[in-house]
Design a protein around this ligand. Structure first.
Ligand SMILES: [Ca+2]
Length: 412
């Protein structure tokens, strides 16, 4: 039943990895695969190459050596949406944001609007109501990110009513994330880590100085207490004079629209849009610099490399697109033996390229192989967000601007 694989993607210069021609299920044991230039700890304040909270790499769960690539069933779980952006599951019920400023739940196969105070959402360009996560400790508590009319990006919790028809707004967890009035490079992806903390991937707002300015919340990955909004106590700069810097986990990012937690390892990966070249997937390490420094001519010089390796400790991407960019956005890990050769892969949605990538990583978190999913290659337009539901099914949102869909994908 296995299907022919599509051409493997060329790997960008930043990846430094070769491509294996075997399936995604190729032996991923220690030492397998080519040497790569993943985010080593060289020069980084982080102490390990394995990234966040995981000093000892462990085998990727659900990896089944030699498993075949399965045929996939793509079901349209909902339609009629408008730029769905954040997605989570309250129990088994899908909850999503639409960028214009709506929260919806999926009921009986139809989106149903949740009544919520979102009057101050400022939707413009790429900005608006973006990331959404469901609190892993409380399925009725959600946290969203949005560009506000106050001129910032903010992180705000809501509590869903028992019937999921209403959401009561809580006190913001964090405000003052920089925003561009045009909405450009607003981020803003949310993800709870295995550490129980809330991770936030932000955008650089198209201002050149922000990514390397550790006191700015733009162009960063932040980490905070998802209940109180306090900076994570073990963030790299807990005593920084500027309070904002206490939230920073890593810096030198461009526009983080994807965060993915690797099951079983606690590693967090970011997905970023490249400029003219080099979208990136990065393995996040505490205090590390991911090398985006768009200063030069003008206020925002995008001719610079996505990872400026002349910066001390700059961490190379695990994967980069090379030229052209694909406009990578959301990502999630695929788990469960039913996924065969895709099990354990990082699924990455592409807007411009309109496809879903599957990245096989080694136990050390380096790139081993890139596959494309043939069932989602151009068939549904631009793809934004990837999430897994409690049953292990993969959900993908489209971002075509009208009659967008929520796709539920399972092995056939
Ligand atoms: Ca980079």
């Amino acid at each position: 039943m296995s299907i022919s694989r599509r051409d493997l993607l060329g790997l960008g210069a930043g990846s430094g990895a070769a491509v294996l021609l075997a399936g995604c299920s190729t032996d991923a044991g220690p030492g397998a695969g080519p040497a790569t230039s993943g985010p080593s700890s060289a020069g980084s304040p982080s102490s390990t190459a394995s990234g966040a909270e995981s000093p000892t790499p462990s085998p990727t769960p659900s990896t089944k050596p030699s498993a075949a690539i399965p045929r996939l069933t793509v079901q349209e779980a909902a339609s009629g949406l408008e730029i769905p952006w954040g997605l989570g599951f309250s129990g088994s019920t899908a909850v999503l944001t639409e960028r214009a400023g709506r929260i919806q739940v999926l009921r009986d196969g139809r989106p149903s609007r949740v009544t919520a105070d979102l009057d101050d959402v400022a939707a413009a360009g790429e900005g608006g109501l973006t990331g959404l996560v469901v609190d892993p400790k409380d399925p009725r508590r959600i946290v969203v990110a949005f560009n506000s009319r106050e001129g910032d990006v903010r992180i705000v919790p809501f509590t869903l009513s028992a019937d999921l028809s209403r959401a009561t707004r809580g006190k913001p967890l964090l405000t003052g994330l920089p925003a561009n009035p045009s909405g450009r490079h607003s981020g803003c992806r949310l993800r709870f880590g295995s550490d129980g903390l809330l991770w936030v991937g932000t955008g650089d707002t198209a201002r050149g100085s922000l990514p390397q300015d550790r006191t700015s919340l733009g162009g960063k990955v932040l980490r905070l207490d998802g209940r109180t909004g306090a900076p994570a106590p073990d963030n790299p700069w807990p005593d920084a004079q500027q309070t904002t810097q206490r939230y920073v986990y890593s810096y030198g990012h461009r526009n983080v629209q994807g965060l993915a937690l690797q099951p079983g390892t606690g590693r967090m990966f970011s997905v970023e849009h490249g400029s003219a070249v080099d979208d990136e997937v990065n393995l996040l390490a505490k205090g590390a610099n991911y090398g985006w420094n768009p200063v030069g001519s003008g206020d925002y010089d995008e001719s610079v490399p996505m990872t400026d390796t002349t910066l001390p400790g700059a961490v190379r991407a695990v994967w980069s697109s090379g030229d052209p960019t694909l406009a990578t956005s959301g990502a999630a890990f695929v788990t469960g033996e039913a996924w065969g050769g895709y099990a354990g892969c990082l699924a990455v949605a592409c807007l411009k390229a309109q496809k879903l990538l599957m990245l096989r990583l080694t136990p050390a978190g380096a790139l081993q192989q890139v596959l494309e999913v043939p069932e989602l290659d151009g068939s549904h337009g631009r793809l934004r967000t990837v999430e897994t539901d409690p049953s292990g099914a993969l959900w993908v949102t489209t971002a075509n601007g009208e009659d967008d869909t929520l796709l539920r994908i399972t092995p056939a």
